[in-house]
Design a protein around this ligand. Structure first.
Ligand code: AR6
Length: 204
C-alpha cells in the first residue's frame, strides 16, 4: 500500500507550520519524505535500515524483528561481514523481506549524559546509510529510530539529529531518491516526529 508523503500526513493530522522552522521551504523535497508508524519489516521499499549492534549477528528490538522476517540466510550473510563499527553501515540482501536490501548500521550507546561523540555517531549512522543507499542505487529507503530503544539515546535529541542529517543529505542528493521513510514504532516517537518534522521539512 502507498505510504503518503509528509505534507499529506501533516494535512490529515492538521499540523500547523511553526513560526520559526530550522530550514527554509524547499518544494523539491516535499514528495521525498514520509512518516510511517508500524513494523518496518512489512515495508515494500528498496531497502530498510537495521539498528544493529557491532557484531551484526542479530539481537532484540528491530534487529530481532528484521532477522526473524528475513530468515536465516540474512544471518549467514551478516556473519561474513566482519562486524560493523559504530556510525558505519553495511548492506546485505533482504531475503524473505518485502524489502530487497537491508542496510545495517550501528548506533551509539548512551548511558547518562549525551555527549558530542554520540551525537556525531548517530548522525554518521543516518549519513552513512544514505551514502550506502546511493551507492546501491536504492531509491526508496526506510529508517527506524536508531539507538532510541535498547541503546538508550534520548528520543527527542535522536529525532533532531535524524531529521537534520536526512534534510541536509536530501538537499544535496534529492534526485537520487524517490522516498525516504521515517518508520516510527512507538506512539511517543510518532508524536515527536509530527511535532519536529515541520521544522526540517516546512509545510506551505
Ligand atoms: N519496526 C520498526 N521499529 C521497531 C520495530 C519494528 N518491527 N521493533 C522495534 N522498533 P532498538 P537500538 C523500534 O532497541 O536502540 C538490538 O538488540 C523501537 O521501538 O531495536 O538501536 C540490537 O541487536 C525503537 O524505537 O535499537 C542492538 O544490540 C527503535 O526501533 C540494540 O538492540 C530502535 O530500538 C540496538 O539498540
Amino acid at each position: 500500500k502507498e505510504i503518503p508523503v509528509w505534507k499529506d500526513t501533516a494535512k490529515k493530522a492538521n499540523i500547523k507550520q511553526p513560526e520559526e522552522g530550522k530550514y527554509p521551504k524547499n518544494k523539491a523535497l516535499d514528495d521525498k519524505i514520509s512518516l510511517f508508524r508500524g513494523d518496518i519489516t512489512k515495508l515494500e521499499v528498496d531497502a530498510i535500515v537495521n539498528a544493529a549492534n557491532s557484531s551484526l549477528l542479530g539481537g532484540g528490538g528491530v534487529d530481532g524483528c528484521i532477522h526473524r522476517a528475513a530468515g536465516p540466510l540474512l544471518k549467514l550473510e551478516c556473519s561474513s561481514l566482519g562486524g560493523c563499527q559504530t556510525g558505519l553501515a553495511k548492506m546485505t540482501c533482504g531475503y524473505l523481506l518485502p524489502a530487497n536490501y537491508v542496510i545495517h548500521t550501528v548506533g551509539p550507546v548512551v548511558q547518562g549524559d549525551l555527549g558530542s561523540a554520540q551525537e556525531e555517531d548517530l548522525s554518521n549512522c543516518y549519513r552513512n546509510s544514505l551514502l550506502a543507499a546511493v551507492e546501491g542505487k536504492i531509491r526508496s529507503l526506510a529508517f527506524p529510530c536508531i539507538s532510541t530503544g535498547v541503546f538508550g539515546y534520548p528520543p527527542e535529541a535522536a529525532a533532531d539529529m535524524a531529521l537534520k542529517t536526512i534534510r541536509e543529505f536530501l538537499e544535496e542528493n534529492k534526485e537520487k531518491f524517490d522516498r525516504v521513510i521515517i518508520c516510527v514504532f512507538l506512539e511517543k516517537d510518532e508524536e515527536i516526529y509530527l511535532r519536529k518534522l515541520p521544522e526540517y521539512f516546512p509545510l506551505d
